[in-house]
Write a protein that binds this ligand. Structure first.
Ligand SMILES: [Cu+2]
Length: 108
């Protein structure tokens, strides 16, 4: 059922829809079940597997939250299934346009 998600391992090349090349989003996931740093590592692995171009993948078991940046569309149903199969629960997710910091050079 999920075969269509198999992406070729073509060394970092990624599909980018026209006009969306630099549209980076910050994804925030609320995840149930993380209890220690090993859990965080498991979740980070799942995220990197499902979203190969994910950047700044970070998880916190204290906050029950994972965040990452991506400029490709995330299949949250597929992500939820993979998180579930790893023993955790994706409770909710949020996607916000990511504005790179550092553009505020003036007015320091
Ligand atoms: Cu753990």
């Amino acid at each position: 059922m999920y075969q269509f998600l198999k992406k070729g391992k073509s060394g970092g090349a990624h599909i980018s829809a026209a006009g969306h090349k630099n549209a980076m989003n910050k994804i925030t996931l609320k995840i149930d079940g993380m209890a220690c740093s090993m859990c965080e590592a498991h979740i980070n692995d799942v995220i990197r597997k499902v979203v190969p171009d994910a950047k700044k993948v970070e998880s916190s078991h204290t906050k029950g939250e994972s965040t990452f940046l991506t400029d490709t569309a995330v299949d949250f149903a597929w992500l939820k299934k993979n998180i579930h199969d790893t023993g955790y629960t994706l409770v909710s997710f949020d996607s916000q346009p990511y504005v790179k910091k550092g553009f505020f050079g003036f007015g320091k």
